[in-house]
Design a protein around this ligand. Structure first.
Ligand SMILES: [Zn+2]
Length: 128
């Protein structure tokens, strides 16, 4: 998982966050072993901001991957994915391993998406 954290740490430095100055990097490991990284991308129209977790996931999906093993999220204080990202990730891998680390590489949590986001709305929720 060190490789995943390193990829997230590197991506964090590419964040575009002139409004919050809160840089986040994420790296997603696919079931086939590839790593896709993302950073947060803010916008002057604040609600258009994209989180690092969703950028990494979108990049992986655009490259043909929909099955994931783990996600590392790196920020200065080791913060957790927001609710929107939890919902976004739940669509693909409810039991995704989530690794939370800070910019010093200190891992503050290893958990699962299902633990962070129980009773999620999922594709099954649309079944009659
Ligand atoms: Zn988010």
């Amino acid at each position: 998982m060190r490789e995943l954290i390193a990829a997230a740490t590197e991506a964090r430095l590419r964040a575009y966050a002139p409004y919050s100055d809160f840089l986040v990097g994420a790296a997603l490991l696919t079931s086939s072993g590839k790593i896709y990284a993302g950073c947060n991308i803010e916008n002057s129209s604040y609600s258009l901001t994209c989180c690092a977790e969703r950028v990494a996931t979108a990049s992986a999906i655009a490259d043909g991957h929909q099955n994931f093993e783990a996600l590392a999220v790196v920020s200065v204080n080791g913060s957790y994915p927001c609710g929107a990202c939890r919902q976004f990730l739940n669509e693909f891998t409810p039991d995704l391993l989530i690794i939370i680390a800070d910019t010093h590489g200190k891992i503050s949590a290893e958990t699962t998406l299902s633990a962070l986001y129980p009773s999620a709305f999922s594709p099954d929720s649309l079944e009659p």
